[in-house]
Design a protein around this ligand. Structure first.
Ligand SMILES: O=C(O)c1cccc(C(=O)CC[C@H]2O[C@@H](n3cnc4c(=O)[nH]cnc43)[C@H](O)[C@@H]2O)c1
Length: 238
């Protein structure tokens, strides 16, 4: 009787997660020379959609990682920049840390995070790792793909410059804002899977004028950066 490894049981090498179809289709096209299609089993890299916002992203990432057991996960997509002089619209950023807004008590400048009020988001016990308000990402040194710094994940994107300035003041280390990064990092931390995040800068945080957004350029830059990152081993920072 032959041994038949189904796709469901396959151990994948690289799993590429992308929030929405709007982002996934161009990224898949641009990375297609290095990527296997998600309908194929075996070695290679596979794309999966994880949905819009942190709830869908956490649930879907947890399920995908449990099912496919990838060696490493790469989250790709778009994000807003807090500082368009340093991180311009149309470029891409890799991050070495992800934090989140909105898990704790209170609103705006009254907000206190889980840790501020004495809670872990997930407390370590036995072999299970801790999840606190900040999660370190794989930040393998690569002079061609420097880390931009901290990504801030939110449930609702900043709607105007007041929202942007308030968030920038509360999270001065944040260079960009997305909606899924922290959720994916929680799922990968709990599963013990290395994660990198690359986001193309599609807009300035707080700018809802779609005519100013450069999603195509942001995704092109993301694909270029993703190729570099996928080409190399992910080593712990010394
Ligand atoms: O305002 C709208 O009508 C609108 C229409 C389409 C998309 C949006 C988004 O805000 C996209 C959110 C989506 O993309 C990521 N993203 C991109 N820029 C930002 C941002 O400045 N702040 C937060 N998230 C952003 C995010 O990860 C979502 O997946 C709005």
């Amino acid at each position: 009787m032959g041994f038949n490894l189904s796709f469901q049981d396959a151990n994948l090498s690289d799993l590429i997660l992308v929030p929405t179809s709007l982002e996934l289709e161009p990224l898949r096209r641009q990375l297609s020379d290095t990527a296997a299609d998600s309908s194929e089993a075996g070695e290679g890299i596979f794309f999966q959609r994880i949905g819009f916002g942190p709830i869908a992203a956490a649930a879907r990432t947890g399920a995908l990682v449990a099912r496919y057991r990838p060696s490493r996960v790469l989250l790709l997509g778009i994000a807003g920049s807090f500082d368009v002089q340093r991180f311009p619209v149309g470029t891409a950023c890799r991050f070495d840390r992800v934090i989140c807004d909105g898990i704790g008590v209170g609103q705006s400048d009254q907000f206190q995070s889980a840790e501020d009020i004495g809670w872990k988001q997930f407390a370590a016990r036995d072999a299970m790792p801790e999840v606190s308000d900040a999660i370190a990402l794989v930040a393998t040194f690569d002079p061609r793909v420097p880390c931009a710094g901290t990504l801030l994940s939110v449930c609702a994107g900043s709607a105007n410059s007041q929202d942007r300035d308030a968030r920038a003041a509360r999270y001065p280390s944040a260079v960009a804002e997305d909606m899924e990064g922290f959720a994916v990092a929680v799922a990968c931390t709990l599963a013990g899977v290395p994660l990198q995040i690359i986001r193309g800068i599609s807009n300035e945080v707080g700018d809802r004028e779609k005519a100013n957004w450069r999603i195509d350029d942001a995704l092109r830059a993301t694909a270029e950066m993703a190729k570099q990152v996928l080409d190399h081993a992910w080593m712990p920072t010394v």
